[in-house]
Design a protein around this ligand. Structure first.
Ligand code: NAD
Ligand code: UGA
Length: 463
């Protein structure tokens, strides 16, 4: 077992989590060599190039400062396992699409495969850190696989879930609300936890580094995401009531958020939450609850996903309804495709549902996103290699909106707040509609231009 003196960290998985978290550790710990490995050679090549595989504000700068000094990206998984004192596991844990638990349980095959690879190639005992989000008790499976190594090596398994949000990853890693480390309450477990604490303590105040038992740490990650998503579904459910009554959801959110017991964050009503994790982690939580004989708890959390699905379809159904119940052959501009601003990630983006719905209604959909490549928008919507002449990708917002009967703002990119909407209006057939799925534009100002403009949870014109 390594002592608290760490020389080498290896991270398996060079994705949205592995890349940025390791870049920050390297930047803050000049004496530690950090190597991020992945079986995806193209991704590793991108991390080693001037064009990083993910867009994240401030990340280029962090990577450029450390890469080649004490931060490396490599495909040599076995070689780096041998060298490492600490191995972070940051591989993907998607929802299972087959067999028992399909559609809900986490698919742990990447986690298991990494544990087996470590057991096969390690030549000394190490600290293994679960960075991926996993079901509670996964550390047991990892420990069992590692213990089957043929060299008699001893490993300590820690849970250290990641709480960064995309678009603010660098800020979140520099100044996290907390770092959570779970381990076994044994002398070896405590020693391993202290070793990992000593890494983070280089730049994070000690009182923000929480240590718990393994199961509390694993479960806290799922619960944190479930609570965050629940707030969005709660306010989104109220947005429908606002539309029905003439209340304004932003005013309601502001009024309730001033209560310090409720708090103001994560109360922004929207077309629905997206991203790779909220839905996946809640489904995983509900599956766990059922596995432990708690169907009532499962049902409670399931409704958070249910409201989100409803909110997404409510938005596109409203577009069809307001355009006189038919969008067939009408051009509709979709502004934004990423699941939130300041990221090029489209996983589970509400835009996918909205575009698909409109295509099903035979609309001509023109999508513009400042960061998502055209082929990705097409693949996400239609499937790989499939084309549909009704779906086009525009080079900017003005091109997307020219000749459109309606505009739908689906991602809250800042540039959509300052577009020349009078110019856009002049290039649209009348009546021209605008549906703000993020409540980022001034509806009154747009209505003065002539738009039939509506937002989420906003009073209708003249109400
Ligand atoms: P990702 O898909 O972007 O990256 C995972 C990487 O792991 C991929 O590049 C894949 O090639 C690699 N990989 C898989 N199996 C491997 C193996 N056996 N050997 C080597 N490489 C392997 O995923 P992500 O978004 O970085 O998420 C990783 C984990 O972190 C997930 O469990 C997720 O729930 C969690 N998480 C994600 C975020 C986020 O913002 N994306 C935030 C917190 C936690
Ligand atoms: C979320 C959590 O915020 C992170 O703490 C967590 O680490 C991460 O999931 C994860 O486990 O992957 P992320 O999905 O990157 O981070 O981004 P969020 O800012 O949480 O946004 C998620 C979705 O909710 C986006 O579609 C966003 O637009 C939407 N949202 C967010 C709202 O609709 N309203 C809000 O008030 C906040």
């Amino acid at each position: 077992m390594p002592t608290s003196f760490i020389m080498n960290i290896c991270c398996i998985g060079a994705g949205y989590v592995g890349g940025p978290t390791m870049a920050m550790i390297a930047l803050k710990c000049a004496d530690i060599t950090v190597t991020v490995v992945d079986m995806n050679a193209a991704r590793i090549a991108a991390w080693n190039s001037g064009q990083l595989p993910i867009f994240e504000p401030g990340l280029d700068d962090v990577v450029n400062q450390a890469r080649g000094k004490n931060l490396f990206f490599s495909t040599d998984v076995a070689g780096q396992i041998k060298k490492a004192d600490i191995i972070f596991v940051a591989v993907n844990t998607p929802t299972k699409t087959y067999g028992v638990g399909a559609g809900r349980a986490a698919d742990l095959r990447f986690i298991e495969s990494v544990a087996r690879t470590i057991a096969e190639h390690a030549e000394s005992g190490k600290i293994i850190v679960e960075k991926s989000t996993i079901p509670v008790k996964t550390a047991d499976a990892i420990k069992t696989i590692l213990a089957s190594n043929t060299k008699g090596l001893k490993f300590a398994v820690l849970s250290n879930p990641e709480f960064l949000a995309e678009g603010t990853a660098v800020k979140d890693l520099l100044n996290p609300d907390r770092v959570l480390i779970g381990g076994e309450r044994t002398p070896d477990g405590e020693k391993a936890m202290e070793t990992l604490v000593s890494v983070y303590a280089r730049w994070i105040p000690r009182d923000r580094i929480i240590t718990t038992n393994l199961w509390s740490s694993e479960l806290s990650k799922l619960v944190a995401n479930a609570f965050l998503a629940q707030r969005i579904s709660s306010i989104n459910s109220i947005s429908a009531l606002c539309e029905a009554t003439g209340a304004d959801v932003d005013e309601v959110a502001n009024a309730i958020g001033k209560d310090s017991r409720i708090g103001s964050k994560f109360l922004k009503s929207s077309v629905g939450f997206g991203g790779s994790c909220f839905q996946k982690d809640i489904l995983n939580l509900t599956y766990l609850c059922e596995s432990f004989g708690l169907p009532e708890v499962a049902k409670y959390w399931e409704s958070v996903v249910g409201i989100n699905d409803w909110q997404k379809s409510r938005f596109s159904a409203r577009i069809v309804k307001e355009l006189f119940n038919t969008v067939a052959d009408k051009k509709i501009a979709i502004l934004g495709f990423a699941f939130k601003k300041d990221t090029n990630d489209t996983r589970e983006s509400a835009a996918i549902n909205v575009v698909r719905h409109l295509l099903t209604e035979h609309a001509k959909v023109s999508v513009y996103d400042p960061k998502v490549p055209a082929d990705e928008i097409k693949t996400d919507t239609l499937g790989k290699g499939v084309d549909n002449p009704r779906l086009t990708i525009a080079k900017d917002a003005y091109e997307a909106c020219a000749g459109a009967h309606a505009i739908a703002i689906v991602t809250e990119w800042d540039e959509f707040k300052t577009l020349d909407y009078a110019k856009i209006y002049a290039a649209m057939p009348q009546p021209a509609f605008l549906f703000d799925g993020r409540n980022i534009v001034d509806l009154d100002a747009l209505r003065k231009i002539g738009f039939k403009a509506s937002g989420i949870g906003k009073p209708a014109e003249g109400r």
